[in-house]
Ligand binder design. Sequence first.
Ligand SMILES: *Cc1c(COP(=O)(O)O)cnc(C)c1O
Length: 380
Amino acid sequence: MSSKRIFLSFPHLGGHEMHWIEEAFKDSWVVPLGPNVDRFEQQLEGYLNCGNVVALSAGTAAIHLGLVMLGVGPGDEVICQSFTFSASANPVKYQGANPVFVDSEPDTWNMSPEALDVAISDRLRITGRLPKAIVVVHLYGMPAKMNEICEIADHYGIPVLEDAAEALGSEYCGRKCGTLGRYGALSFNGNKVITTSGGGALICPSPEAAARVKFLATQARETMPYYFHKVIGYNYRLSNVSAGIGCGQMEVLPERVARRREIHDLYAKHFKDVPEITVHDNPSDEYDSNFWLTTILFDAKAGFTPEELRTHLESFNIESRWLWRPMNMQPVYADAPFYGDGTAEGLFGRGLCLPSGSILTDEDVATVADAVKEFVASRR
Ligand SMILES: *Cc1c(COP(=O)(O)O)cnc(C)c1O
């Protein structure tokens, strides 16, 4: 067993994070909001080539405030991608609304436009109302079929919220993920493409919307000499210290994204002659995933389970992970409607996420690939 553990997605600092943290301490800006938050928001806007980015305490908070801005409330239905992390859907429940889950399609593993279309017309037929919003996810960084999804959404007049938590740097038809829907949510949790040790951002459609999000995220305090509130607020703004980490990370973001893509291509090369293993790839040149995590699928006839391969890798001190267990397979969402043909469930049962952090060396990737290949050969 090798001594050094190879992690799935470990934080990768750039070097200047401490400089910006020290700036915060020097000026006693050890508070929520402050100059680092402003700088971090501007850096994100520059990188994404958009305006109206609001830094928040988490990606989950960004999704929640996106739903609040879209007017999602008690009794509403919200269409959610079923193949995702629970944080994509939980904020629907925070609002007293109900998620309706839609299956994936096999090209991107994201929301199936066909199943979406069926879901919307069926909900309209059953409830007499349209879903209030659509939450689409760019899972593992792979852009969803946004042209098709937005066309359906526009047809019905339903706004789209992108969960781009895993997709910072990914592009679809030459445009950055997170800027393709009405709202876009990003995450800077420790395991994402860049980290603020915990944080997120909401990409808003206008300066007015961004101002409203900032207002809601700072306890919805009206401009009065005393504390005066007309609506329910939240404490969701990013701390100026955390934003300092983000400022340092933004300096190296393009390098980090390039390295994740390089790691994906290395795995693809290692598994090129292994017929049992398929590395999930961009379905066409319209898609440019950041490959936050490189994921593999095993041939349907391969005689092993994700858990057997995961355990084998663990014995080499290599961390890997099952694909996301779809929300329609989660006890907490057992009662939620689901539209699909079991595509995501099928993927879940025959795939794995491999170590993909930008901090990995080429040798680390080779070590992982060799361990996978050895296991596959032992099962032939
Ligand atoms: C990480 C993640 C989130 C939540 O982001 P946090 O910053 O951890 O709150 C939401 N959706 C997806 C798909 C994620 O991977």
